[in-house]
Design a protein around this ligand. Structure first.
Ligand code: ZN
Length: 851
């Protein structure tokens, strides 16, 4: 059942033109399709169209009823000449579509999700990204239920019909693969605005939501306009249609979708106002709006030849949205966030049974490959090429890429080739990054010969074995490196070193005093660095490195080493960490947003990733002990930080965001130390907040405690927001992330709460997804967490396989735990695999996770 990259063949038939006619209704929709088909190449194969769950009513070729075979998700039609007009009529039931792929209903709105293979659930078609067509789409629907009818491209005509119905027609002049098809029908209102492109064309912008949500669309609109201007300025990319629409829906499997001219979004990445969205939500809205908009070039104008090339559009577009967000806010804090996400999601993936290259070699179900590796490691590969070429040559490379491949379906190789051709820089070896899975490790040892004023740095790399890839070749690793004089703090050198071989020696002259190594600054490569730097060196760097990311990193390393020592030996000296935090906290030159990020301890899961056998309880205990010592020893500093960052009226600015962040972090340390009056402070923050960041920050701290304030706040939050699904998600999440001993049982109880909706992916992720990220609770020694997850996966799979399958990798970490836990996790995987009628999605994830 696996599909292999090596088996790629060009399509046998092309479909230059498509006309679709939708007779829309939730319970029954009729889809008429008129395809102009052209034989591609010298062969006599029949036309083969994909189709899944379609009720076929008729098939015509050149206007006449035609011979055909309808079997196994395909319609085969013999065609005599090299061109024909093929018409099909099918019936589907959007209201019964719980998979949320194809045409489905969400809160009374009819909408589509076609990437990767949802279009075949709408009509018969060669559902592959290298078949590009021009679309003309006509929709008919009830005028009251569905007053707004949207599709890709530009509207051309509309009118009324009898029976209280109406119709609208849209055309999209740009040939596109069917995964970019979209339509929306619903009772929607728009925030309308416009953007004038640099060549002077006016683009009508619309953000479509349910009436009550219109007041929450301002931030998305500002973000969209900023993204349009940024792409013109930084990549020279201009928008190409007269209209750009975004629609928000409540039921959505992923974040959002870049359908040509008609982006469809999970409402959580559109709706934001101070009362309901945190600063992190605001940032995510801006990032996702930009991401989907940027796909108009990196994804739509140039698309993917096949799904193995997914990172061509996703890795590149994630890199673009990261650059955009860095430009808009604090670049250092953005880099910290991105690296944190990479380490939390991608490093474990790369180290486990589901490890795969950025350009995979095979898959069973493509939906399972929308991974942190394809997206986030993919973005890191683009970032490395950006630093190898430099901004200017990189831009020349992307210009050439867009120019050369506009209107076509391209490969990752095409991208690398364009960068190479435009820059003259050889990327032959760099391509290994696309084909080899596993996170490379770099061992760096620095020795100093004071007498000769010389330092020597030995760098050695290994790329670990991963499933199906036992032996690896070295990859080119760009490492930003600096050396500092231990006493004076003077910087000896600061440069980009390219580690290409397995081992490389570097000599530095003129190094009189003992040098301290700062390496992988800005996280210039997605690798794990091993050094033998002493505690004092890390403390030095955390205070004095001039690269903010490197300062953060040194602090993290110091904390991590302290925690790993505490877990493995039962105790550790907390002083160095406390002193390093004191330095950072009291440094007036540092930005509060940066301070807040760097004084946070690594997560329990991250500590676990650095142990041979993860001991969740010991990690939790050690981390809590360190947290309370930090809170205790620095109590007056935390109180001062809390007071100085105290709220004025809400404002969404980098400074105000930084202040809010630091405030909640300070509160967390005071709570951890059981400081006098801390729960009351938290409750006061909760009650007086004029924004969700402060309110959720307070609740997130209280929820770990055993206080009456905890109950008060949880109850009040529910009362206030029970009608708002996105905020109610937070109420579930905050409890799923609680560090209390009883969380596993609380979560199981919440799954029986009337507001826990299995059909809504956001709600499932808010409780179950968040729970699996809570290492201590999920890995509760009783095994109740595993059992709960197994039950959830098996309950959700028949409704929504993609959402179910995404919960499975948490069980795939069984090798990392003790025998007892490992066996219990495996037992859940085996139970899943043994379940009749399991989806292909869940089957692939569970069998691969079992190994
Ligand atoms: Zn994307």
């Amino acid at each position: 059942a696996a599909i292999h990259r090596a088996d790629y063949r060009p399509p046998e038939w092309l479909v230059p033109d498509v006309e679709l006619d939708f007779d829309l209704a939730a319970e029954r929709t009729r889809v008429g399709a008129r395809l102009t088909v052209q034989r591609n190449g010298d062969h006599d194969a029949p036309l083969r169209l994909d189709g899944e769950g379609l009720k076929l009513i008729e098939v015509k070729v050149d206007g006449k009823p035609a011979e055909h075979l309808h079997a196994q998700d395909a319609l085969t039609i013999p065609i005599v000449g090299d061109e024909a007009v093929v018409e099909t009529l099918v019936e589907i039931a959007p209201g019964a579509n719980t998979q949320l792929m194809g045409l489905y209903e969400s809160g009374g709105i009819l909408c589509t999700q076609c990437e990767a293979e949802g279009f075949r659930r709408i009509t018969f078609f060669p559902d592959r990204p290298d078949v590009l067509s021009r679309y003309r789409v006509r929709m008919h629907a009830d005028k009251i239920l569905y007053p707004i009818l949207l599709a890709n491209g530009d509207p051309v005509a509309h009118g009324d019909e009898e029976g209280g119905r109406h119709w609208a027609e849209w055309t999209d002049p740009f040939p596109k693969p069917c995964y970019l098809f979209a339509l929306v029908a619903g009772d929607l209102v728009a925030n309308q605005d416009s953007f004038i492109t640099r060549s002077g064309r006016t683009v009508a912008l619309g953000i479509w939501v349910r009436e009550g949500d219109i007041g929450k669309t301002g931030h998305a609109m500002e973000s969209l306009k900023a993204a349009m201007a940024w792409d013109e300025r930084v990549y020279g990319r201009e928008y190409d249609l007269a209209m750009f629409n975004i629609v928000a829906v409540a039921d959505f499997n992923f974040g959002a979708m870049e359908n040509k001219g008609l982006n469809i979004f999970n409402s959580r990445y559109v709706l934001a106002d101070p009362d309901t969205a945190t600063d992190a939500d605001y940032d995510a809205v801006a990032g996702v709006v930009a991401h989907e908009y940027f796909h108009n070039w990196s994804g739509n104008r140039v698309t993917c030849r096949d799904w193995f090339q997914l990172s061509l559009k996703e890795g590149f577009t994630v890199f673009r949205d990261q650059q955009f967000s860095a430009d808009l806010g604090s670049a250092a804090v953005k880099r910290i966030d991105d690296v944190r996400a990479l380490r939390a999601a991608q490093f474990p993936e790369d180290a486990g049974p589901l490890a795969h290259p950025v350009r995979p070699d095979s898959y069973i179900e493509i939906s399972n490959f929308y991974t942190a590796t394809v997206y986030n490691k993919g973005a890191e590969l683009i970032r490395m090429m950006h630093s190898l070429l430099g901004a200017e040559k990189f831009r020349a490379g992307t210009d050439l890429y867009f120019d050369r491949h506009d209107g076509t379906a391209a490969t990752c190789e095409d991208f690398a080739k364009a960068l190479e051709d435009a820059s003259g820089i050889d990327l032959a070896r760099f391509r290994r990054w696309y084909s080899q899975a596993g996170t490379p490790r770099v061992r760096a040892s620095l020795t100093h010969h004071a007498g000769e004023g010389r330092a020597r740095l030995v760098l050695e790399q290994t790329v670990p074995a991963t499933p199906g890839q036992p032996r690896k070749a070295p990859v080119p690793i760009p490492l930003k490196i600096a050396l500092f004089d231990e006493l004076t703090g003077q910087k000896y050198t600061d440069r980009l070193v390219l580690l290409e071989e397995k081992r490389q020696d570097l000599l530095f002259e003129g190094i009189g005093g003992r040098p301290i190594l700062s390496i992988n600054r800005d996280f210039s490569a997605p690798v794990i660095i091993e050094t033998d730097r002493k505690v004092d060196d890390l403390a030095f760097l955390s205070a004095r490195d001039d690269n903010p990311f490197a300062r953060y990193e040194a602090m993290q390393q110091l904390m991590l080493e302290t925690l790993v020592t505490a877990v493995s030996t039962g105790s550790a000296d907390h002083k160095p960490v406390i002193e390093a935090i004191r330095q950072t906290l009291t440094n007036p030159a540092m930005d509060p947003a940066f301070i807040a990020e760097s004084v946070l301890l690594p997560t329990e899961a991250f500590v676990g990733d650095h142990m041979l056998v993860v001991d969740p309880d010991a990690i939790h205990a050690a981390r809590e002990k360190l947290r309370s010592d930090i809170g205790d020893e620095l109590e007056s500093q935390w109180r001062a930080a809390y007071a100085s960052s105290s709220a004025n009226r809400f404002e969404y600015s980098p400074a105000a965001k930084g202040a809010r962040r630091l405030r909640t972090v300070a509160l967390g340390y005071l709570m951890a130390a059981d400081a006098e009056g801390a729960p009351a402070m938290a409750l006061m923050q909760f009650e007086n907040a004029d924004n969700m960041t402060d309110r959720q920050g307070a609740l997130g701290n209280l929820v770990n405690s055993d206080t009456t304030e905890r109950q008060t706040a949880l109850g009040a939050f529910y009362e206030r927001y029970q009608e708002n699904p996105l905020v109610l998600d937070k109420w579930f999440t905050v409890q799923a992330l609680s560090m209390r001993e009883d969380t596993v049982d609380k979560v199981a109880a919440l799954a029986r709460h009337p507001d826990f909706l299995l059909a809504n992916p956001n709600r499932v992720r808010s409780l179950v997804g968040a729970f699996t990220a809570n290492q201590r609770a999920f890995h509760h020694r009783s095994g109740r967490g595993y059992r709960f997850l197994g039950d959830m996966i098996l309950t959700i799979d028949p409704l929504n396989p993609q959402t179910a399958a995404r919960l499975i990798p948490a069980l795939g970490r069984w090798r990392r735990f003790d025998e007892t836990r490992g066996q219990m996790m495996k037992a859940e995987l085996e139970r899943i695999i043994a379940t009749p009628n399991l989806s292909r999605d869940a089957f692939e994830q569970a069998t691969k996770s079992l190994g």
